[in-house]
Design a protein around this ligand. Sequence first.
Ligand SMILES: [Zn+2]
Length: 264
Amino acid sequence: MVSMVSRSKVLKFLSASALAVLLAGCGAPLSAHWQGFPPDGPERAAGKGAPQADASAAPGPDCSQVKCVALTFDDGPGPYTASLLDILDEHEAKATFFLIGKDIAKLPEVVREEAARGHEIGNHTWSHQDLAKISVAAAQRELRKTDAAIKEVTGASPTVIRPPYGTIREDLKKSLDLPVAMWSVDTFDWKTRDAKKTIKSAEKVVPGSIVLMHDIHPSTVKAMPTMLADLKARGFHFVTVSQLVGDPKPGTGYETGQQAAAGK
Ligand SMILES: [Zn+2]
């Protein structure tokens, strides 16, 4: 896989655009900006089983019976994503990638591989805009352009949205035709850029956690083999956001999936 992406292309990509996102970071704290999660209740505990998102993938584990976690990677595709895909394969892990629309055409083969290997593809806006600070019409343009770019490359539309910085206007959120994935465990990988700290942050993972990471940082990819092994040793299965939630509803935000009580 790595060989498919030429070195010059990768370097060009890194210097051209990733730096902007890299410097901007993405992981704003889960603040009061975010409201309107569905309450914990039987609806969410039910965990509908078969995901709609990854029709081509093998059925995932039953997250109502076993411990599941959704690892999510924002701001890609980037120069390290291809090696991350190989690491995920080695650990039989599915993940969710929230893509920056304008970067998709720079590494289309990587995006195709993400989908082909059974990962979930999410929309992270065209140019990493703060959706709370632009008009609803502008936000919809950001999302629509990214939808189209993903469909052009993978043949399928994204199945979930993650707003940059974790902020979105309530009226926009309710108008969306996709679910909105937030997170419950922030690794702060974008801030520390330290593989050991990223690995340690996974100690906070409980059944149903959605974990925020960024595949544009080499320290994050470096952390993955150990993080995956540690979580696997604790009995976790690695699923996509849609698999974790079961039947995510459009216009609704999710910061976790299954109930913490689902697996001990
Ligand atoms: Zn981001």
